[in-house]
Design a protein around this ligand. Structure first.
Ligand SMILES: [Zn+2]
Length: 303
């Protein structure tokens, strides 16, 4: 079984990308019009497809695939997925659209940044232009008066969207609200370069103002206490920023900054062993997310 009901008309699909559980999931909104949120990477599209089969969803009934952003772990598989869903259109931020039509640059930069992890995710296939709906704000009709709200939540990326569903009031933040580790009930930053702190904090305020009931993390799963979690995440980003600012000023290495974060951020203290032993998280979270802060702070000093 790949699927789990997590709310009214709402299902989570465990993508088990590369055989890793609790790493990446997609969501299915089984409304009058069926919408998926996140395709996940190319390599785990077969698991998403078998999830749809488990939910008895005819492929031709899927109308929308909403992706929060184009990074390989969220939207990388959407071109492959559309081969199975003849009537579905992709919702993406306008700045992400060119990279869906021609994913070559995205794939090259992912290989550079993620290394072996990009191979685990798989190469994205192009999406035909006529199957893309660019959107940054507004609503999408799910039938019978139900509307999915789109919220532009930049900072993690210059093209991250969040979505709020009408049936339970929960929000899909993509990577705007961190990575949730359900095993530990904690959230850690998702801040790879080019990360923009002020914009990320503004996006979190936008999400808080929606008063969501739950957060549906792409990494990984549904979490309650949504507003408190978003507020805590803001504080955590500010803590990382102040440590990195000191580190950059005093010429610390990335490792020294990381060690300081591990000591000062009690959340990281709780997951440190798990994250550093995890083949994917040790690379994506510990290295790239700290580098995102370092680059942001260096750039801010230059400007
Ligand atoms: Zn991600």
């Amino acid at each position: 079984m790949h699927t789990k009901k997590i709310g009214t008309k709402l299902f989570q699909v465990e993508l088990e990308t590369g055989g890793f559980k609790n790493l990446i999931c997609s969501y299915v909104i089984k409304a009058n019009k069926i919408m998926l949120v996140e395709s996940g990477p190319t390599s785990s599209v077969p698991n998403l497809i078998s999830g749809l089969e488990e939910l008895d969803i005819p492929f031709e009934d899927v109308q929308y695939v909403a992706i929060t952003h184009i990074h390989l772990d969220h939207g990388g598989g959407v071109g492959t997925l559309l081969n199975f869903l003849p009537n579905a259109k992709v919702i993406v931020h306008p700045r992400g659209m060119p990279h869906l039509i021609n994913p070559d640059r995205l794939w090259m930069s992912a290989q550079g940044v993620l290394g072996f992890v990009s191979e685990i995710f798989g190469k994205p296939e192009p999406v035909p232009k006529e199957r893309i709906i660019p959107a940054a704000e507004g609503t999408f009709d799910l039938g019978e008066g139900a509307k999915m709200k789109i919220i532009e939540t930049l900072g993690h990326a210059s093209h991250n969207l969040s979505y709020q569903e009408p049936f339970n009031g929960g929000v899909f933040p993509g990577d705007a609200a961190g990575t949730y580790f359900p095993e530990f009930n904690v959230v850690v930053p998702t801040t790879p370069p080019p990360f923009h702190l002020e914009t990320a904090l503004t996006s979190l305020d936008k999400l808080i103002s929606l008063q969501p009931t739950s957060l549906y993390y792409s990494h990984f799963g549904k979490a309650t206490d949504a507003v408190q979690r978003l507020k805590d995440y803001k504080i955590q980003l500010q803590l990382w920023a102040s440590i990195t600012t000191q580190g950059v000023k005093e010429n610390w290495s990335l490792e020294q900054i990381r060690n300081k974060i591990m000591v000062e951020d009690e959340v990281m203290g709780r997951v440190a062993g798990f994250v550093s032993a995890h083949r994917i998280y040790s690379k994506t979270v510990l290295e790239n997310c700290i580098r995102g802060f370092i680059e942001y702070i260096k750039q801010k000093q230059l400007s």
